[in-house]
Design a protein around this ligand. Structure first.
Ligand code: HDD
Length: 707
């Protein structure tokens, strides 16, 4: 008998025969030495002799229906796809754990929050909303931030986004907003874009979306990496303690490495250069042991706070500014393992907002309640069976027992005679009145009707607050994004209607956009349900630039090298990058690498055509007198430098690279972000400058032609 093999799939134990074969270069079959490879089998475990040719009559004759191996293989293949998620189809996940800092027993009886230092396994899936599974990572879009924590009292799914508010206030509008943003139904484009008539038509007719629109037009919607973005539970939830006392809570995930986004022009180019930019980033970080981390912070408040707050805490288009209610850190989430198989885990993971353990409960936010209704249905459709909880990625990791049975692909059925409750055979699981989930007994009353509360009616105050909380470059990006998006809208009335809303948010913003759109005259401000917009204080927590990392840790330096590169300088720079817990990748004119000044061979990660500067957070040009001559002839080398400059990146260069700066047309525009290397104070000075990430002061001259 053959030995049992060590591979993981179902063919593991199917090596039941002695002879193993493999095909040689000429197509002939050889016996595989014992232990060399497992035997290929059918899904039924039968050994396969020939997996290269179908069964046929004669060498050139018809195929025969006896070919059970072919039929099984092709039929299985035909069924490989499951419906993609109706939203958030493109996503990428990773495993990790949640660690509780201190006991939160005063607020919640949720088991995972009881003991300081306790680690609970978790799985996170990040996603874009509008694009299909095969779309590109850097679409301007909201990012999903869905966290499943496998607690000892059942799975807790916090299905959030990287933006703390939402487009709509009532779940009944969800199909409309999603239909509007997805490709238009007659032409099936544009893919993964909100820049089209249907989206802006719906938005301009839906004033409650204005706050969210400010966020989506900001750089929040083009994050540099999943690792550098925040996550938000969005809604107000409840924490409930052992005494059945409830505290309202909003959940926030804060990235340890700070916030960072890319520039729009960069996003467009990244999508071409590396459509998997965000996936690759997460994969590389985790595979290299640089585990991404977020802190869970909570805004806790009671009914008195809710009553005194300017807005309704049940309105998902509003946030509570951090300056008014400081979020408190309660734990951290670390992602430290990629799935073994994308389909089995990331594709089949099923998040549901209604998955909450005892101690976490809902508020009456109508969007949240509508979501609680929707998510189970979508998993039934998508995964095809109520037994999707049998999949390892969805199964609880705590003991569980119930009488649900049968159905497609049931892998677990009740054992024994009894499959009902109550029973007098003393068999099977029983309810736990004390430990089991009890809904918070909130008292409710009112007439049954379809209405929106008046307390949800102010749609512009927080939209303005977001806008005025941004730094000047961030405000410019919002104006540019609105202009770009609306420039793709064919219907002039929609463009005008949007400007009429912008007038209620900020007149200068409206004027900038109107001017770029070529509006002949300014429309009237949109009629607002609430007459007076509140003048709220700016909230610095809303700016990305204000909350950047101030260090280069976790970022990537791209070093363009040529033959003859100064070996000492290059080694010094790569060492300095490592010291700063960042990474660098080398880009060379040819595939393979370059020969350095000391004759050593230096491996490069990219050939220049495949390694444009948009893939890096900053760049360095380390060349040589001989190498630069050929390099300046490469259009891609020129773009490498010109793009880095226009995207306001730091550029380090050694003296030999000056001709390339000239070729890129920036030699007379060198500013504090273009630094000669090694520099007077050495390379660590360059590295600490990189911590600023961008030279935003450069932007008006490169992008807007201002001196
Ligand atoms: Fe949703 C998926 C986040 C409103 C209905 N949603 C989905 C995912 C995220 C969110 C991150 C992807 C989960 C994954 O990775 O598998 N959704 C949100 C947030 C919302 C929101 C933060 C507002 C605050 N969603 C929302 C509403 C509805 C839905 C109002 C319907 C009433 N969402 C769904 C869904 C999806 C989904 C159709 C599609 C795939 C899935 O559930 O698993 O049920």
């Amino acid at each position: 008998m053959a030995k049992k093999t060590t591979t993981r799939d179902a063919t593991d134990t199917a090596t039941i025969h002695d002879v193993k074969l493999k095909r040689g270069a000429g197509g002939e079959l050889h016996q595989i030495a014992e232990g060399e490879a497992p035997a290929l089998t059918t899904a039924q475990g039968g050994p396969v002799a020939d997996d290269q040719n179908t069964l046929r009559v004669g060498a050139r004759g018809p195929l025969v229906v006896d070919d059970f191996h072919f039929r099984e293989k092709i039929f299985h293949f035909d069924h490989e796809r499951i419906p993609e998620r109706v939203v958030h189809a493109r996503g990428y996940g990773a495993h990790g754990y949640f660690e509780t800092y201190e006991s939160l027993a005063a607020y919640t009886k949720a088991d995972l929050f009881q003991r300081a230092g306790e680690k609970t396994p978790a799985f996170v899936r990040f996603s874009t909303v509008a694009g299909s599974k095969g779309s590109f990572d850097l679409a301007r879009d909201v990012r999903g931030f869905a966290v499943k924590i496998y607690t000892q009292e059942g799975n807790w799914d916090l299905v959030g986004n990287n933006i703390p508010v939402f487009f709509i206030q009532d779940a009944i509008k969800f199909p409309d907003i999603i239909h509007a943003v997805k490709p238009e139904p007659d032409r099936a484009f544009p893919q993964a874009q909100s820049a089209h008539d249907n989206f802006w038509d719906f938005i301009s007719l839906t004033p409650e979306s204005m706050h969210m629109i400010m966020w989506v037009m900001s750089d929040r919607a083009i994050p540099r990496s999943f690792r550098f973005m925040e996550g938000f539970g969005v809604h107000t939830f409840r924490l409930v303690n052992a005494k059945d006392e409830s505290t309202f809570v909003k959940f926030h995930w804060k990235p340890k490495l700070g916030l960072q986004s890319v520039a729009w022009n960069e996003a467009v180019k990244i999508n071409g250069a590396d459509p998997d930019f965000h996936r690759r980033d997460l994969w590389e970080a985790i595979q290299s042991g640089n585990f991404p981390e977020w802190e869970l912070q909570v805004q806790l408040f009671d009914q008195d706070f809710a009553d005194s707050f300017d807005f309704d805490v049940l309105d998902p288009t509003k946030l509570i500014p951090e300056e008014i209610l400081k979020p408190q850190p309660v734990g951290r989430l670390v992602l430290d393992r990629m799935p073994d198989n994308f389909f089995a885990e990331t594709e089949q993971v099923a998040f549901m907002t209604q998955n909450v353990p005892p101690g976490i409960d809902f508020s009456n936010d109508p969007l949240l309640q509508g979501r609680n209704f929707s998510y189970l249905d979508t998993q039934l459709k998508r995964l095809g069976s109520p037994n999707f909880t049998h999949l390892p990625i969805n199964a609880p990791k705590c003991p569980f027992a119930h009488f649900q049975q049968d159905g497609h692909m049931a892998m677990r059925n009740p054992v024994g005679r009894v499959n009902y409750q109550p029973n007098s055979f003393d068999e099977g699981p029983r309810e736990s009145p004390m430990r089991g989930y009890r809904h918070f007994p909130a008292e409710e009353q009112g007439a049954k009707s379809r209405l929106r509360p008046e307390s949800f009616a102010d749609h512009y105050s927080q939209a303005r607050q977001f806008y005025i909380s941004q730094t000047p470059p961030e405000q410019r990006h919002i104006a540019a994004a609105l202009t770009f998006e609306l420039s793709k809208v064919e219907t002039p009335a929609i463009r005008e209607r949007m400007v009429s809303h912008l007038l209620n948010i900020d007149e200068t913003l409206a004027a900038t956009v109107a001017q770029k759109l070529g509006l002949q005259s300014m429309p009237k401000p949109a009629e607002a349900a609430v007459e007076t917009r509140q003048d709220l204080e700016p909230s610095p927590a809303l700016s990305i630039v204000e909350n950047g990392p101030k260090r280069f840790e976790g970022r990537k330096l791209g070093i363009l090298v040529t033959d003859g590169v100064d070996a000492e300088l290059l080694n010094g720079l790569t060492a300095a990058v490592t010291t700063h817990k960042a990474v660098c990748e080398l880009v060379a004119p040819k595939v393979g690498g370059v020969t350095a000044s000391d004759g050593s061979w230096i491996e490069a990660h990219h050939m220049i055509d495949g390694g444009p500067s948009v893939l890096f957070d900053a760049v360095a040009l380390l060349t040589s007198a001989e190498g630069i001559e050929d390099l300046v002839k490469e259009a891609t080398a020129r773009d490498f430098v010109a793009d880095a400059f226009q995207h306001c990146k730091f550029i380090g260069y050694d003296a030999s690279a000056m001709p390339l700066l000239e070729k890129a047309g920036i030699d007379d525009a060198l500013d504090e972000g273009v630094l000669a290397l090694p520099g007077e104070s050495g390379l660590s000075e360059f590295l600490s400058e990189l911590g600023k990430l961008r030279v935003w002061g450069r932007e008006p001259s490169v992008k807007f032609g201002k001196a």
